[in-house]
Design a binder for this molecule. Sequence first.
Ligand SMILES: *[C@@H]1O[C@H](CO)[C@@H](O)[C@H](O)[C@H]1NC(C)=O
Length: 430
Amino acid sequence: MHHLWLMLLPFLGLVSVAPAEKGLEFPRYDGKDRVLDINDRNYRKAMNKYSMLCLLYHEPIPDSKELQKKHQMTEMVLELVAQVLEEKDIGFGMVDAKKDAKVAKKLGLDEVDSVYVFKEDRVIEFDGLLSANTMTEFLLDLLEDPVEVLDNALELKAFNRMDEEIRLVGFFKNQESEHFEAFKEAAEQFQPYIKFFATFEKTVAKQLTLKMNEVDFYEPFMEEPVTIPEKPHSEEELVAFITKHRRPTLRKLRAEDMFETWEDDIEGIHIVAFAEEEDPDGFEFLEILKEVARDNTHLPDLSIVWIDPDDFSLLIPYWEKTFKVDLFRPQIGVVNVTDADSVWMAMDDEEDLPTAQELEDWIEDVLSGKVNTEDDDDEDDDDDDDDDDDDDDDDDEDDDDDDDDDDDDDDDSDEDEDDDDDDDDDDDDE
Ligand SMILES: *[C@@H]1O[C@H](CO)[C@@H](O)[C@H](O)[C@H]1NC(C)=O
């Protein structure tokens, strides 16, 4: 009786929140096992059976109950994605780093807690947030054609609005053109992270100021594209150009490749800007930031990561605690990716955002090393010789006064958040 009651509970719960209407039935895991336990005997078959195979390479299953629960949670994410995408001919599997070490080696899996997608002869590493939403979107993007064709002015308009994305667009004679073929092959290597477009229409090409076989590269937030020199291009030339120019001056942190972006630090640091696009102050700050990025896009060492806190709600408390900033206000700072130590630009007046000039001066100070995360470190160093109360020298005048609660900087509990952080060092798109 007791059991029956317990079994009914979730069902009753569902009834009480779900309206009688149809059309918004949010998927819940139905309990069916779809994710394969990949091993030496079944991996070939799985590879051949599906058009895409999505494998989670995970740590050996631990003995502790708690850690097992954590592992199950991750598996549930995969199960839900597998359920939602059941009709799409995608296989899902788990590869145990210890038990299945042989298979992992054969498949070239090297980064524990990463997801690898096998599609035809390519392996795409998913280095984003392991949530069902993000994974699903990623896999659906991978199912699409690597090149989207722009047929008319309306589609061109949509293309022009995608200014947050790195994108390429080329003009070709037709689908059969060998140069279009090379473009497509290149596109496959960056799918779904970099968007590729093509047009076969003279009128569209004219508006894009593209000549036959020409390819333009659009950096995010820049007004003008760069034309890739020396058309026509082979696949290799396109790949080389994109690889070289891939790191933009201003990039938005995206769930689908957030870890990859974070690992692409510049000598151990990131310049990070928090701004909520939907918030008037955040929006205005972003406009200033874009202006500064456009004026300084020639600086090879400048790459600002813009984070819209709205996209990462679960991380807001962690960031506020770690960086000691108010994320309801726009912020820009330098973060050391080794220890998450940070300094933030003082925005003197609560009401006043910095001008483009002030922001530019500050960025210059960061690039020259004048503003850095180390200068204020004396008092929270772990070397026990000079750990006395207050030796905070006031040498950096544009720094906020930060002895308020700096001494819990090394607080280990901050690290707990990091557990699903896959660290792969660079893009393996090639
Ligand atoms: C980042 O922090 C680490 C550890 O505290 C330190 O060794 C390193 O010099 C810092 N890097 C920069 C660029 O400040």
